[in-house]
Structures are given as structure tokens and as C-alpha cells.
Design a protein around this ligand. Structure first.
Ligand code: KMH
Ligand code: ZN
Length: 273
């Protein structure tokens, strides 16, 4: 049995809509319920975005605070990771609104890229600023890597002291404009990771479950959920992120890996209890 696997549920994101899948949560109550259900299905951590009631992406502290409070009020102990990526076009000030009390991790996106037909801007000074805010708030960064050059930025941040362990790396593969979701690409990126690092793979769209299976086989952690993928199989919509988490847990069992509990995930990730 290898290291326990941290299953992270990305329950909403900034891009997916209810028109695409009616299970996409919008309100803080719906997002919190999706996170709690994902925890019950075996997720140790949740990656959170927020929405306005009409579905537009929100990085408002008031929304994140309500989501975090509702998750804890429901008795869930899942590790709470808040997105600082937000949606394309948001300012860094706006994006930082998500880092509310109760968050334990925050994302750190490691570069500018095409994101579909838009540009996801992460200039190096902005990355440094977000890293600084995560440090001030004692949040463990999750470094989002969409392309190979972003590993050079990771190395640079470490060399310059803008980032230090503990941190976690998420290889987000299959975004149109980023690196494709293939075994060859994952193996190539892993060769370039600084040591010691905990890493996970988030495959986008139809690549989500194959990338989860691959990460489990290679000893990594996995991210699944509606942010990245709306389907359980071709043409069959997922009923919620918890359904995708349950599939990842089954894949873990087949790979001889046991899902980490939230507290085990905290130990692995270096999050203070
Ligand atoms: N919505 C994407 C543009 C993150 O959460 O930090 C960025 C994103 C990354 O989802
Ligand atoms: Zn996200």
C-alpha cells in the first residue's frame, strides 16, 4: 500500500454553468453542501470558488466566509483550499478576497497562459504578491502548474525565498492553451519537480478520470469535481462532485491506495492542526 491519497474535490470553479450541468452549485449554501457531500464520499480536501446567485464568478470574502462557516457548521473536517485564481479578467485585489479566516490553503497560479479563448494573467510580480499574502496568512500554497515553463517559476520562487515548504503542486492538464493531459506529459513534469514535493493531477474534461487513475498509479494525489469535468462517462452528466469523488475512491482501491482522512491530509500537506 503506497502513501495515502489525498482526494481533492473542486466543486464549482469559475467557468462551468448550470446550463451545462444542473448540479453545478452557485449559492454559498449549495457550494458548502457540495463540499460536505464530497467529504462524505471520501474527499479529504475541497478546492473552493464562489459565485453570485446568478452564477457569475465571485471572489467576495462574504461569499467565501459563508461557504466556510456552513462547511464547518455541518461538521465536516475537510481541508479548505480557497482559489486565488478566480476567473479570467479579475484583478489580483479581487482575487485575494477569497482568503478568509478558516481557509487552510490557497492556490498560487504559476504563470500567464491562454485559457480557452481568453488570457489567464499571472505576471511574476503578481505571483510574488499572492505568495506573500499566503505566507502572511499562514496558508499552505497549492501551486497550480498548467505548463512546463511554470516549473521554472516554481524553482525561481523557491530560490528567491518567495515560497518555501510546505507547499503542494497541482498539475492541471488539458486546459485549452495549457499542456495536454497525457501520461508522457505527467512523467515529464514530474522529472522537473523540486524535491521534496507532494503533487496531484487535475485532468480537465474527459481526461479527469484517466488522469486520476494515472496519478494513483504513479504515487500522486488526485483532484476531481465539477470545476474540471461535468461527466461521469461519455454523455452521462455527473450528479455532483461527490459522485466523481466516489469514482476516484474506487480507482484508488483498485490501485491499492487508501484515501487520506482530512487530518491525514493535513499531516501530509504540512497544515497545522
Ligand atoms: N478559473 C481559472 C481561470 C485557481 O482556482 O486557482 C483559474 C483557476 C485556478 O480556477
Ligand atoms: Zn479553481
Amino acid at each position: 500500500m503506497g502513501e495515502k491519497v489525498i482526494v481533492t474535490a473542486a466543486v464549482v470553479g469559475a467557468e462551468v454553468t448550470r446550463a451545462q450541468n444542473p448540479a453545478v452549485p452557485y449559492t454559498p449554501a449549495e457550494i458548502a453542501a457540495a463540499a460536505v457531500a464530497a467529504g462524505r464520499a471520501g474527499a479529504a480536501a475541497v478546492h473552493l470558488h464562489a459565485r453570485w446567485p446568478d452564477g457569475r464568478a465571485s471572489q467576495e470574502a462574504v461569499h467565501f466566509r459563508e461557504i466556510v462557516d456552513r462547511i464547518r457548521d455541518a461538521g465536516s473536517r475537510v481541508v479548505i483550499q480557497c482559489s486565488t485564481g478566480g476567473a479570467v479578467g479579475m484583478s489580483v485585489d479581487e482575487r485575494l478576497g477569497s482568503l478568509v479566516d478558516g481557509a487552510e490553503m490557497g492556490t498560487l497560479n504559476l504563470g500567464t497562459m491562454n485559457f480557452g479563448d481568453e488570457i489567464f494573467a499571472n505576471a511574476r510580480p503578481d505571483i510574488v504578491r499572492i505568495a506573500g499574502r499566503l505566507r502572511e496568512k499562514r496558508l499552505v500554497p497549492e501551486c497550480e502548474v498548467y505548463d512546463a515553463g511554470m516549473l521554472e517559476t516554481l524553482r525561481w520562487l523557491l530560490e528567491k525565498g518567495h515560497l518555501a515548504a510546505p507547499y503542494h503542486v497541482q498539475l492541471v492538464l488539458g486546459v485549452p492553451g495549457g499542456m495536454g493531459a497525457s501520461e508522457r506529459n505527467v512523467r515529464f513534469l514530474l522529472e522537473g519537480l523540486p524535491e521534496p514535493t507532494h503533487w496531484s493531477v487535475a485532468g480537465v474534461g474527459r481526461f479527469q478520470l484517466p488522469m486520476a487513475e494515472l496519478a494513483l498509479r504513479l504515487g500522486g494525489h488526485v483532484r476531481v469535481g465539477l470545476e474540471d469535468n461535468l461527466f461521469v462517462s461519455k454523455g452521462v452528466l455527473a450528479k455532483g462532485s461527490d459522485e466523481l469523488v466516489a469514482i476516484a475512491v474506487d480507482l484508488a482501491a483498485k490501485a491499492g491506495r487508501e484515501p487520506a482522512t482530512p487530518d491525514e491530509a493535513r499531516r501530509i500537506l504540512g497544515i497545522a492542526a
